[in-house]
Design a protein. Sequence first.
Length: 354
Amino acid sequence: LIFLGIESSCDDTGAAVLRGQPGTAHVLSSVVVGQNDLHAAFGGVVPEIAARAHAEKLDTCVIEALAQAGLTLAQVDAIAVTAGPGLIGGVLSGVMCAKGLAVATGKPLIGVNHLAGHALTPRLTDGIAFPYLMLLVSGGHCQFLMVRGPQDFTRLGGTIDDAPGEAFDKTARLLALPQPGGPSVEAEALKGDPKRFPFPRPLLDREGCDMSFSGLKTALLRTRDSVMDGDALRIGDRADLCAGFQAAVVDVLREKTRRALALYLAESPAQPTLAVAGGVAANTAIRTALMDLCAETGTTFTAPPLALCTDNAAMIAYAGIERFALGEVDDMTLMARPRWPLDTASPSMLGSGK
Ligand code: ATP
Ligand code: FE
């Protein structure tokens, strides 16, 4: 099967071509065009600007992805597109583009849940078998998912407020470090003392896998102001703040993952696997903590390469292949959805909107 995938749910426009079957697919091309320059002046993604940029970039992304794959649209078997969740204007741009291509070519159209795309990526990159435990940890999401099948997800818990990536980005902003905050805070943390400032470990005393990261940001702001010398933040203080903040995030993620693993192991003790996806999985301290935890519990650890961990269309094409193999296709009534819980991963499982 040859699938074209289209992604436009946030601030990356993507198109990709994949060849293969569930569990054995190859990425022939994956084009991602970011929009950081367009939003930089506003300190965050502006939905209107994002939607317009997607509408402008989608066709060239599709053309480029086909060219890199050395294929024509006629050689594609089906078109998969992110139908939510995300910024509605962007999702609509992608869905409209995919519908246009499907009508023009007569190829099947498959709507994909963006989170299912992230959650199924380890099957694309490592061919891992169901079931597995997934920690999705990015700029917009943080949740533990039990993945039993292409459309069988159970959420074990997640953040009740900010996502860790968002917390890294806000920390960077408060400390005048460049965006995206993850890599700059991580680099700064390497130079600092993680023990100097005691940051809270929110919800660690509470049972279950839920997490909270918004209090960390407040703690960081308070601590920063307490060490500031007028308007200036000393270099050493900044490094210590980053190290302390990151250590708190690492501790929370490690301990909550320990609990999620216990829940998962109680149900699926044979050949347990933890897969981590999302931009925050790029963080070496977080990755190392999770790998150590896996080693401790005899769990296989896997994390897709970064380019497939952050938003991309290859994961959408792949999730489309998985849905198509179940005999599911959509038609022109496919809707763009701003919200779309993963436990209703198939658009046909949603009561409304059809
Ligand atoms: P989503 O995919 O959930 O809609 P998103 O597109 O913002 O959200 P990703 O592209 O998966 O998320 O990841 C970007 C986030 O990852 C940013 O918040 C960024 O700061 C964070 N990040 C990237 N590298 C690192 C790192 N080394 N350490 C910590 N965080 C990181
Ligand atoms: Fe995403």
